[in-house]
Ligand binder design. Structure first.
Ligand SMILES: Cc1ncc(COP(=O)(O)O)c(C=O)c1O
Length: 432
């Protein structure tokens, strides 16, 4: 067997981010990762919120294998690709509001690039407004609209015509209020201010994640998107909802924007769309979708028949096995328990999220809310080494533990995660 660690260092650009404390993953099933040495771990990060139906779900694998035997590739935009067409119908059926026609691509960043281009073509305008703390990918345009400075350092100068409004963060509300409604209004007004003073009045689209993932699982106040949409509609600006991380049941609804009762004009999807097979899409309502004429926008691998077959099986599994409902239930279970624990542990500043998109923000002092990045890394390491639990970390200061397990997590597994978290966080809290 090859030594993955050595090969990484010798042959792979960027190798491994040291803070990740990686294991060599040889196999994965459901919520279990099996390392090369045979040791098993409870997966609470799903390959960054991808394997929502569970790692290697048998029905998804079966659908992909069946498709491989028939057709692997034909290019969706030169020949009729029946699996791609069938998937686009399914996406129209399950996405909110009037979203109807999809374009299929390969990664989140590629879907967002296409969505931006469509918005510009439809409106005839050139500017984009995004949010601070946001993350939209690592291509030139998507880094340009990413508000998370840690993720974009060293890559500039970036695309012109991009402005940032303040990303809503109720825990660290920049407007000094703890009232959800006041917070919603203040952040929405900040968007109005940004449109007025930071743009030259030619804005095609506003793009936002309904729940910011890489930014530290930031859940906006309840009415934020309603106020935002009113402002956008007044000014003829399209709302691109980036559901790349929050989609496909992750937040306890099929799409996170459903929590906020707002209809996007364009929505982007990737990650959880096909349980690990590479695929992404953006979907738009009419007449926005009609702005691209045949041939305007193409992707060689986009809409791979194998990924599309896997995606349809994945979406059926989410429904048949009630995994979206389970995501909501397990999320309440975990957040309920960890909030009780947080009340007596000063290292935990905030426990937040929706469904199985959960952030636990660690701070060295609850009054100053000083980010506890070192302690976050220590918690993550101890969870892995002492309890065989794998979690993510994120946030603008790397001080948020991210729990984003496959949506098939059982009640007992959720309890195991909470027990491990409580023990490890209490231990690490002794050092502050
Ligand atoms: C909200 C969001 N948008 C876009 C992306 C980029 O997706 P990809 O890495 O597939 O290009 C990510 C990746 O983490 C994301 O979380």
């Amino acid at each position: 067997m090859s030594d993955a660690k050595q090969l990484y260092e010798k042959y792979m650009i960027t190798s491994m981010v040291p803070a990740f404390v990686p294991i060599v993953v040889e196999e994965a099933h459901g919520c279990t990762y099996v390392a090369a040495d045979g040791k098993e771990f409870l997966d609470c990060f799903s390959g960054i919120a991808v394997t929502n139906a569970g790692n290697g779900h048998p029905k998804v694998i079966e659908a992909a294998k069946k498709q491989i035997d028939k057709l692997v590739h034909c290019c969706t935009y030169v020949y009729y690709n029946p699996r791609a067409a069938e998937l686009c119908k399914v996406l129209a059926d399950i996405t909110p509001g009037r979203l109807q026609k999809s374009f299929l691509s390969n990664s989140g960043a590629e879907a967002i690039e296409g969505a931006l281009r469509l918005a510009k073509q439809h409106t005839g305008r050139k500017e984009v407004v995004a949010l601070t703390h946001s993350f939209h990918g690592r291509s030139y345009a998507t880094l340009s609209i990413t508000g998370n400075w840690a993720r974009k350092k060293g890559g500039g100068p970036y695309m012109p015509g991009v402005s940032f409004a303040m990303g809503p963060d109720p825990y660290r509300c920049q407007f000094g209020t703890t009232n959800d409604e006041d917070c919603a209004q203040a952040y929405a007004e900040n968007l109005r201010y940004t449109l007025k003073y930071h743009t030259y009045g030619d804005v095609a689209a506003f793009i936002a994640e309904p729940v910011q993932g890489e930014g530290g699982i930031l859940v906006p106040p309840a009415n934020y998107f309603k106020y935002v949409k009113q402002i956008l509609d007044e000014q003829g600006i399209l709302f691109i909802c980036d559901e790349v991380q929050s989609g496909f049941g992750r937040t306890g609804k099929l799409f996170a924007i459903e929590h906020f009762g707002v209809e996007p004009d364009i929505m982007t999807m990737a990650k959880g769309i096909a349980d690990g097979f590479p695929l992404s899409a953006f979907i738009a309502r009419e007449p926005v979708s009609e702005a691209f004429k045949p041939g305007d926008h193409l992707s060689t691998f986009g809409g791979s028949p194998v990924s599309c077959a896997a995606a349809m099986a994945n979406i059926a599994v989410l429904k048949d096995e009630k995994l979206v409902e389970n995501s909501a239930k397990r999320g309440e279970q975990i957040m309920g328990r960890l909030r009780k624990f947080a009340a007596s542990c000063k290292l935990v500043g905030d426990v937040r999220g929706k469904g199985l998109m959960i952030g636990i923000e660690l701070v060295t002092d609850p009054k100053t809310k000083t980010p506890a990045a070192e302690q976050t890394a220590a918690v993550r390491k101890a969870l892995r080494e002492k309890h065989s639990v794998l979690v993510g970390a994120g946030g603008s200061w790397n001080n948020v533990i991210r729990l984003q397990p496959p949506l098939c997590l059982t009640e007992a597994e959720a309890d195991r995660v909470c027990t491990a978290m409580e023990k490890v966080v209490a231990e690490v809290a002794k050092s502050i």
